[in-house]
Design a binder for this molecule. Sequence first.
Ligand code: KIV
Length: 285
Amino acid sequence: MPKKTVLDFLEMKKRGEKITYLTAYDFPTAQLCEKAGFDMLLVGDSAGMVVHGYSGTVPMTMDQMVQHAQIVRRGAPNTFIIGDMPFLSYQTSVQDAIYNAGRFYKEAEVDAIKLEGGRRVVPQIEGIVNAGMSVMGHIGLTPQSSGQIGGFKAQGRTAETAMELIKDAIAIEKAGAFALLLEAVPPEVGKIITETLKIPVLGIGAGMYTDGQVLIVGDMLGYFEAFTPKFVKKYANLAEIIEKAFREYIEDVRTGRFPEEKHCYRMIEGEHEKLEALLKKGIPE
Ligand code: KIV
């Protein structure tokens, strides 16, 4: 399958074909994602929580994010990959935003970047787009500013706050973004924004009417156990499977059930006898 482009995603929206999207941070997961056939992958700063064990996404740095993106690119060479701009990589100035978006492109060969915020990041989106890169906006629950919005909470639940989100979505499209990620809003709001915009709207906890869905890989595989948001559907319970495997291995080692003959290398024929004979003469100093 050839790698999809921003134009393919526009066409998919027009045809009403849902876009499939997942986060990935490591090589084996990226390989499996490409094999399974996702339309796009996000190297999300959720890596801060899922992989690095922080309580939020704010501590992630550009160097860490670029390294995750390089790894994912190696695992999924033919998939559209989006690098997530970490906290303080774009809020500080348009110049910083262009420079750091460019790092994702030059060092990790991403196809697009994503950044959080509505009207207040329009200059950054315009700057990055004018420099020749593709931008996905991100509004609703924006984890980098979760402190300001009162935590990891659903957004746009009143007419007034929903209207602010609609205005943000329109501003992001006007600024030149190729797509928008909408997080943790009621389905009615997801529907209005999806129908209002020409660009694809990808939802996470934004209901069933968006042009596509994204989930965090650790959540949907049941691997990340710290907390599970309401919008997650678990497609596996890897935590249980992995812990069971670890316990069995510990037990096997303790009881001598592992390793067995079949896990052992053999000496070349005749070499063991030679070694025994040499040992009888003593180990040379
Ligand atoms: O960092 C991330 O994984 C995200 C999710 C909300 C998709 O932005």
